[in-house]
Write a protein that binds this ligand. Structure first.
Ligand code: 3AM
Length: 174
């Protein structure tokens, strides 16, 4: 399971198009349009009976809507992923991730130790070096909620199910 931002169809369509462009350069396995997401916190296996605790932890997180401006596509050599990302991370996003991890730790759930690297994976198993490129125009992603996702590994890529979502709030409320 993992917490994520899930793009609205228009944003997913643009990301998917960028995936096609990148695929032309490096090959690899393109993510399906309906699976594109930005992982906020990876949790791993969670027993069904602990799902309510996870929901309760997420419900407490109050955040304001924000816009994430995805302005570049780049590759990581170590895991052969090509991704879309942002040169400027909105404070709301960083704060949401920090508080999500704190809530997970407090609830006794595993917490990712690696530094948060905001990215939307477009391709896996890319070949060779991917020449980083600016997205012009950038993709303006209006973020109004975050979601909890269940990942079911399949031979041709994971299948994702959104289990719950929590909207941004203009004011503080639980
Ligand atoms: O956000 P992306 O698509 O880069 O690779 C998995 C995917 O990454 C990653 O969590 C995201 C949602 O599935 N993932 C899978 N297993 C993981 C693990 N054990 C992991 N991240 C950290 N630790």
């Amino acid at each position: 399971m993992f917490f994520a931002l899930w793009p609205a169809p228009a944003v997913a369509r643009r990301l998917h198009k960028e995936g096609a462009r990148a695929h032309g350069l490096t090959g690899g396995r393109r993510m399906r349009r309906d699976t594109l997401h930005l992982t906020l916190a990876f949790i791993g296996d969670v027993p069904r009976e602990r799902l309510d605790e996870l929901r309760a932890a997420a419900r407490k997180l109050v955040f304001s809507p924000f816009t994430l401006r995805l302005d570049r596509v780049a590759g990581w050599r170590h895991n052969h992923i090509v991704w879309a990302g942002a040169s400027d991370l909105p404070g709301e996003l960083e704060s949401l991730v920090t508080r999500l991890n704190a809530a997970l730790a407090e609830g006794g759930f595993p917490v990712e130790r690696r530094k948060f690297a905001a990215h939307v994976t477009l391709l896996r198993n890319a070949r060779g070096e991917f020449p980083a490129a600016e997205l012009d125009p950038p993709i303006e992603w209006a973020v109004g909620e975050f979601v909890l996702v269940e990942s079911d590994p399949k031979p041709d890529g994971a299948q994702y199910t959104v289990l719950a979502s929590w909207p941004a709030a203009a004011g503080a409320q639980d």
